[in-house]
Design a protein around this ligand. Structure first.
Ligand SMILES: [Zn+2]
Ligand SMILES: [Zn+2]
Length: 271
């Protein structure tokens, strides 16, 4: 299984999960031209053949119909998301139920509902003994999230804002309340609290969906690094249009690094 974060943040989200013949695009917040650019930056000469959208917000869902049509790729959403947004497109989406694992080729995907101001899910990906889990856009860590992440090699979790920066920042009051509320986004401190209890087996932690207004990479990294001080995991940060690649090929060597370094962060993850 190979995971590549192609974009992360309120400017658009996209991640590619590759397992066998499955090339699953997770979230469709980028228009085709930008997605192609990011795939090229990641040196991925692949065509997504399935799309899953976590929730109805534009930075995750806006281009779902366009990408699904273009790639002729089925779109997977929860029933709650299907009801909360006009997805468009000619084909009906495939509906998954939170907590009921479903297969996309050899990849098993399991969704868990998390609190946000639109019906939202955390997604777990399992393939051939390797697993990774993603949780962004959640106002607080719900009971059961740690169990949902249990045994994962890689954990991708939002570290959206710094509490002080949000309070002192330029957002209008209602937006500050929304972002910082129980159905908004995780602060660095909330994420750090979650990471302090993280399973020792996790090898890579990726901080996701950082706010460009109410956070800095330094603050997010410092809070998570302190929480993981005694943890062996490698800590990575996904930036809005950076590329972060993680690999987990059981029993085989790390894929060779690309000849020329990509423009932004590229990190490899392997046993
Ligand atoms: Zn978002
Ligand atoms: Zn959202």
């Amino acid at each position: 299984m190979r995971l590549t974060v192609l974009a992360s943040g309120s400017g658009g989200n996209a991640m590619l999960v590759e397992a066998g013949e499955t090339r699953l695009l997770v979230d469709a917040g980028l228009p085709l031209v930008t997605l192609r650019r990011q795939l090229a930056r990641a040196k991925l000469d692949v065509v997504p053949n399935a799309i899953v959208v976590t929730h109805s917000h534009g930075d995750h869902c806006r281009h779902a119909a366009e990408l699904s049509e273009h790639y002729q790729a089925p779109l997977y959403v929860s029933e709650a998301t299907r009801r909360s947004v006009r997805l468009g497109g000619r084909r009906a989406p495939r509906i998954f139920n939170p907590r009921v694992p479903f297969a996309i080729g050899p990849l098993t995907v399991t969704a868990m509902t998390v609190p946000h101001d639109a019906p939202q899910v955390s997604l777990r990906f399992d393939h051939d003994g390797r697993s990774a889990a993603l949780a962004t856009d959640l106002g607080e860590v719900p009971p059961g999230l740690m169990e949902h992440f249990a045994g994962c090699d890689a954990v991708l979790i939002e570290s959206n804002h710094d509490g002080d920066m949000l309070r002192a920042g330029p957002y209008p009051y209602h937006l500050k309340k929304r972002v910082g509320g129980d159905h908004g986004h995780l602060s660095n401190a909330q994420t750090a609290r979650f990471l302090r209890a993280l399973d020792r087996g996790v090898r890579t932690v990726v901080l996701m969906h950082l706010s460009q207004t109410n956070n800095t990479p330094e603050l997010a990294r410092a809070a998570a690094a302190e929480a993981l001080a005694d943890h062996p995991a490698t800590l990575l940060l996904a930036t809005q249009f950076g590329v972060t690649a993680l690999e987990a090929f059981p029993g085989s060597a790390v894929a060779p690094a690309p000849a020329a370094p990509p423009p932004r962060q590229l990190e490899l993850f392997a046993r």
